[in-house]
Design a protein around this ligand. Structure first.
Ligand SMILES: [Zn+2]
Length: 323
């Protein structure tokens, strides 16, 4: 599955639909046979007091003639742990997901589940499940965002290969809708975590100055601020004002989780200062001047101290020489 980004919409749809009807992986046998202890645990949890599920006598006296499992336990008999068999790998289902991811349909919500029961299960039944991709919808836009509904059908068989039940499970894989927060209603950023050691740095920013801490003994610069020189262990220090130029050393663009105080996508850069004598000093800051998607390693930046709210100013790495 390569170069899917180059597919036209029609090619994408055709490729997506080609997964319909495919079985996703080998049949999956239940790890345990249908058994009374698991049935009892479930009905106790649910508060279901029907004796036909827990009493041999009541089961024998019922229309079933024996103890039975609640039909809604169908899926429970083949469930494995999160690391269990059938996860990951390169099954058609994973390939379908990769195709959807390539179009940005990265979020998922389960939308509905329908079960059909052919017969009651009872202790001793051994259940095997087969799963096929039942249908994939055309692209739809919902309140969540735009994407495709994907329905899988799981068929459950007993040891004789007879169908005992089925389940249709539908999810939507979607591209989350942007939920911009209007600047007027955006709560202020969380304030910096001020300490005895770093307060001077933020106070200087609020006065419009970007400072670098300097050892008063050996002259070595350091950032982030700290109480002791890592070179000579002196605790005496003063500061110099940074020249205000730098280079993007590394960066991330944060999309999720979204905190209402910030605007997303939120670029966060590690900027290496390039002023005279500032080699090796790096600072974390947001970027400005270009779209977050256009931030690149090694871009030259001008560092500007800007207000982010009424009480805080922070450095910004301005890319492209203008904002
Ligand atoms: Zn020193």
């Amino acid at each position: 599955m390569t170069a899917t980004g180059e597919l036209s919409d029609a090619q994408f749809d055709e490729l997506l639909q080609s997964f319909v009807g495919m079985e996703i992986g080998p049949p999956k046998p239940g790890p345990d046979e249908v058994n009374a202890p698991m049935i009892r645990h479930l009905v106790e949890t649910l508060g279901d007091t029907n004796p036909v599920y827990v009493s041999q006598a009541a089961g024998a006296a019922s229309v079933h003639g024996r103890l039975v499992a609640p039909p809604t336990m169908l899926q429970a008999w083949v469930m494995t742990g999160i690391e269990g068999p059938g996860r990951g790998g390169d099954s058609p289902y994973e390939q379908m997901n990769e195709l959807l991811f390539s179009r940005g349909f990265t979020s998922v919500v389960a939308t509905n589940c329908e079960q059909t029961y052919v017969r009651y299960l009872h202790p001793g039944d051994r259940i095997t499940m087969r799963t096929v991709i039942d249908s994939i919808s055309p692209q739809k836009t919902t309140a969540l965002g735009t994407g495709h509904f994907v329905t899988t059908r799981q068929d459950y068989y007993d040891a004789d290969g007879e169908l005992v039940g089925s389940m249709l499970f539908r999810i939507i894989r979607f591209r989350p809708a942007a939920r911009p927060v209007a600047p007027a209603t955006r709560p202020p950023r969380p304030g910096p975590a001020l300490t005895h050691d770093n307060a001077f740095w933020f106070e200087a920013l609020n006065a419009g100055k970007l400072l670098i801490q300097r050892c008063a003994e050996c002259g070595r610069l350091r950032n982030p601020p700290g109480p002791m020189c890592p070179a000579c262990t002196s605790t005496r220090w003063d500061t110099v004002e940074a020249a205000g130029t730098g280079r993007i050393h590394s960066f991330v663009v944060v999309h999720y989780p979204q905190v209402p105080s910030f605007e997303y996508p939120l670029p966060v850069a590690l900027v290496e200062l390039t002023g005279p004598g500032e080699e090796g000093i790096r600072m974390v800051m947001n970027t400005a001047g270009v779209d977050p998607g256009d931030v690149r390693i090694d871009q030259e930046v001008t560092i500007e101290v800007r207000p982010v709210d009424e009480s805080t100013r922070l450095p910004f790495a301005v890319i492209g020489g203008h904002s």
